[in-house]
Write a protein that binds this ligand. Structure first.
Ligand code: IDP
Ligand code: MG
Length: 161
């Protein structure tokens, strides 16, 4: 059974510009994930290069960094059972042309360079990316919702997290 995890998700500048913030946040909320961190920010150049460090040297790197720094993004931390893999499923394939209908990219995007959303791709990148965008005291990783028992059969209590 998958454990409760935290993962980093961002609505990229195209998603903010297109007025998709509410739509995108709503998809994670409705799935049952819990919002534990949220901010609107303009990403500084160095932060963008660090976040996308694994892509340095690739042909799309410069364009990607200039795109991600071009306007405000919505940075979020979502928590839930198996949240890291689940969030990747919810956003869909990197190239929206191949993303399944029902996914965020499959429903709301069509170009790989304007794919509206980011999500950490695994258990190493999730804490790394959360740490780039959030201080510890900005992640509220221990709040319980009354709906939790309606979302998971055995919700974790804060003490056991
Ligand atoms: P991911 O966002 O699904 O994790 P990555 O391979 O990590 O995909 O790539 C990071 C981002 O870089 C993508 O979301 C996309 O915005 C951009 N990107 C990746 N490959 C290309 C490409 O071939 N052309 C243009 N942009 C790309
Ligand atoms: Mg990635």
């Amino acid at each position: 059974m998958a454990d409760t995890e935290k993962t980093f998700v961002a609505i990229k500048p195209d998603g903010v510009q297109r007025g998709l913030v509410g739509e995108i946040i709503g998809r994670f909320e409705k799935r049952g994930l819990k919002l534990v961190g949220l901010k609107l920010l303009k990403v500084p150049q160095e932060m963008a290069e660090k976040h996308y460090g694994e892509h340095k040297g690739k042909p799309f790197f410069e364009g990607l960094v200039s795109f991600i720094t071009s306007g405000p993004i919505v940075a979020m931390v979502w928590e839930g059972k198996g949240a890291i893999a689940l969030t990747r499923t919810i956003i869909g394939s990197t190239n929206p042309a191949q993303a399944a209908p029902g996914t965020i990219r499959g429903d709301l995007a069509l170009d790989i360079g304007r794919n509206v959303v980011h999500a950490s791709d695994g258990p190493e990148s999730a804490p790394r990316e959360i740490g780039i965008f959030f201080n510890n005291n900005e992640v509220i990783g221990c709040w319980s919702r009354n709906i939790d028992p309606w979302v998971v059969e055995q919700p974790l209590t804060c003490a056991s997290k």
